[in-house]
Structures are given as structure tokens and as C-alpha cells.
Design a protein around this ligand. Sequence first.
Ligand code: ATP
Ligand code: MG
Length: 512
Amino acid sequence: MSESEVKDAAGGGAHLLQMRGIEKRFPGIIALQNVSFEVTAGEVHCLLGQNGAGKSTLIKVLAGVHQPNEGQILLDGKAATFSNPDDAIKAGIGTMYQELDLVESLTVAENIFLGHEKSIRGFSARKDEQRAAAGLLARLGHPEISPAMEVGELSAAGQQIVSMARALSRDVRVIVMDEPSAVLDSEEVRNLFDTVRALTSSGVAVIYISHRLEEIRIIGDRITVLKDGQAVASNLLVSQTPNAELIKLMTGRSITNIFPPRVAIEDDAAEIITINDLVVAPGHSPISFSVRAGEVVGLAGLVGSGRSEILGAIYGINKPVSGSVTIDGRKLRPGSTVSAVKAGMGLCPEERKSQALLLDDTLIANFTLASIGRYATAGFTSQQREYQASMEQVQSLELRPADPTREARTLSGGNQQKVVLGRWLSHGCRVLLLDEPSRGVDVGARSEIYNLISGLSRAGIAIIVVSSELEEVLGLSHQVLVVSENRIVHQAPAAELSEHQILDLVMEGTTL
Ligand SMILES: Nc1ncnc2c1ncn2[C@@H]1O[C@H](COP(=O)(O)OP(=O)(O)OP(=O)(O)O)[C@@H](O)[C@H]1O
Ligand SMILES: [Mg+2]
């Protein structure tokens, strides 16, 4: 069937999948209320909505992870019940979850075939799996990922690819991608889109979740918008719905200028942090730069260009080969995060799930983690004060739901990101390192986070930000350092750079 025939069939009402009147309640919250959602064969159906709107919950109901309190799922017009994830997989629903759920200690191939191991036991079966895994990875444009590698050794982007290979290792009719692009760079997103196109032209339906509207424009056919657990618009045609309308539907308001104006830096502003000839790892070029009070320095570059490693070395997670980091004139002990934190440095890491959040603890515990001392008087922590301080955080971050006693695990992805940021805000630091601060964060919350960063800059905090989104680096930073293959290839005021120039620099750097 050609693509247009598939779409004609779709137009004729041939729904591959329908969800009708879905309601999902969690203790104290109605995550989904009377949501209906339908998908036709061969289409890319985008699910949009702010953080906490219910997107992931809806797809977890579809994937058999959650049981709905009300409502029905129909496949080919017939009622289907998915009591567990396996039922859904068997029915042809493949899911790439937002918070990756791979087993880090198993190999790539083992993860891909987990739960449906090739049936012949022993060596030959393992070889079969490895061969099949290699085929899938090559098809996804990533032949460099070895099936025998442990998943824990892969970057977040690599793990995302494995998660996709796992979904494709089954016969899928519907594939759900929950913010797949959040950890991918632009090249990888292009690969992903090629895969999506190949899938849809063979009649597979793709449910695609992303906060990046420009991606929806490229890959999407139709859109359903969720807001506060309800579908506020269904089956909008991408081609006929302008961004402004989508933003309005998602947020209930119009957002025009997402970046606050840059805070002016005084000529005599003090240098807070100085990085001097820092060699992050053997063979890397030395890196030097400094950040003044209130200044935001952005590190631009591709995923894997070495930006996160630079932050890691500054913060002391990895011990640099040589060079020094100085805060307020005092040298930090190389490779010591304790020394960095004592000197007033904070880091919001890229992988919030593994590195930054206490998922099983309350928001209060997460906020106070870095600053326990401040709430302790005469040796005991004052619960009341902790609660109040956390409540203030919850309100200033506009967390949804606004309850500091909830476990971090139960928050939506974007709200978790705000918690990580909030932790350092309550810590009161001199230097803040931000790695992909708006990853997975919706437009509304994104402008809140940018405002927070601008507020920190106004308060005189020195900020170093890594972002794969060039618009974000340019919009937030005073100075931009372009990083390519572990070295700084260019440095200039953000006002003198364009996205285009940065891309050129990055590309030149990688082909040299
Ligand atoms: N296991 C759970 N227990 C309790 N509440 C939950 C649970 N999972 C989700 N929620 C709540 O349900 C609501 C919807 O969350 P969901 O994760 O579906 O949002 P989302 O639209 O995917 O957001 P994001 O863009 O941030 O990923 C949120 O208020 C969230 O806190
Ligand atoms: Mg989600």
C-alpha cells in the first residue's frame, strides 16, 4: 500500500487503535479523565501537552503498565485488555519509555531480546541474538553499537537506540516513542525520523511524544493535545495548526518571548570561577576560560563532543590529567566533588534519573539533600522549616502537583527536572553547572526555567550551561564556547554568533 492509500484508508475510519473514555486515578490525583485517542495505520500521531499533562500515563495504559479505572482500548475495532506489558507487546504495541528501563548490567543483545529470548538454549542462540541485534542496530543507523556491550557503558543516546531496537525486535503494529529525541543530537534525530518513515510506510502507526514543536512539524501527521489529564484537542492536522495555537492549547496562554533579556554584566564584575589549562582526559586539549559574577557561559556542540566531560572535570567527578579550577581565588582539589561543593559549586546533571534524583524519596528530601545543614538547629532538622522551604520551592518552580511530600518517582519527567534544579537553588551556590537544563521540559516550564536561570544570573551566580539546542545556548548565554572533539574550537559573545555559524564550527571540528 502506498503512503497515500494508507492515509485514505485512515480517512475512511479504519482505526487501528482506539482508546475510549480512559480514566486513570493515582492516590490524590486524576491523571487522565475521559481521554479518547485514536490512531490509524501508517500515521505519526503526536501527543502534546505540558509536563504532567498525562502523556506518559496514557501510553502506559496502552502498554499494559497501568490499568485504567475507566475506559476501553480497541484494536481493529475489537475490545482488548492489556493486564500487563506482555499482553500489549503480544498485540503488537511496542513502547520506548521516557525514563529508559533497560537493564544496565546486561548486554545490548540481552536487553533487546529480554523476555523473548531466541528459543534454542545455549551458545548458538546467543549468537543468533547477537546477529539479529547487530542487524537491528545497523537498520537504525548505529552499526557502531556492539551487541556484546553492557548497556550501562552506553550514553543515554545509545541506550535510547537500544530501547528502540528492542521495540522493533517484535512484530509491531503501533510503536510508541515517549520523548525519544530528548537525548539525541540532530544527526541522531534525523536517523530516528528515517526509521519512523520506514515504519509508517509499511503501515505501522507511530505515537510520537515530544516537546519540540519543530520535530512535530517535520514528522507528524496528526496531533492530540492533553491538558491537565484531558484531551483538549484531537486529530488536529499538523499542516493546518500553527505553533501559536498548539502552545495556547497546551498552556492555556500565549507565550511569545521565551528567553528573558540577558542580565547586563558590570565591567568590573569579579571573576568567580577560572578554569586554567584543564586537560580533561589523556589526549585532550587544554581548556581555559573564566566566568564572572552573573555571567552565563554556554558550551555548544554535538552530543558526545565532550561537553559533559568538561563539566564533570570542573565539578570533580572525573579527575583531570592536569590544570586547575579556581573559585574566588582558591584552587579546588582536582577530582574532588566535596571540594567543589564546599567552594559553592552545584551541578544539575544530564541524566537526572541515575545521577540526580532520589526517586524513592519525597521532594522535601530531594530539595534538602544538598543543604541539610541549613535546616538543622542544634543537631536536629526542623521538619516544619523543611516543609515550608520545600513548599516555597514547589511554588516558585510551579511544580505540578504542588505537594512537597510526594515521592519524586511519581512526578512527570519535566517536573523531575525542575526538582533537580530546585535542589541547587535552595543550596545557594556561587557557581552552577547546568547540563541540558530544559531536556524534556515543556514550553511553559521551559520559560520558567529560563527565568530562574536569569534570576540566578542577576543574583551574581556564575553559570556554565551545556545544551544541544543551539537556540537555548544562544538565548541564555553571554559567552559561547563551541566544543568539538574535546576541544574548544571557538569562543565569542552570543550576540555575535548565529545557530548557523555554530553548526558550521561544530561540523568543521568533527571532520578535521
Ligand atoms: N505512578 C504514579 N503515581 C502517582 N502519580 C503519578 C504516577 N505517574 C504519574 N503520576 C502523575 O500523573 C500526572 C501525569 O503524569 P505523566 O507522567 O503522564 O505526565 P507527562 O504528560 O508524561 O509529563 P512530562 O512531559 O513531564 O513527561 C502527573 O501529575 C504525575 O505526577
Ligand atoms: Mg512523560
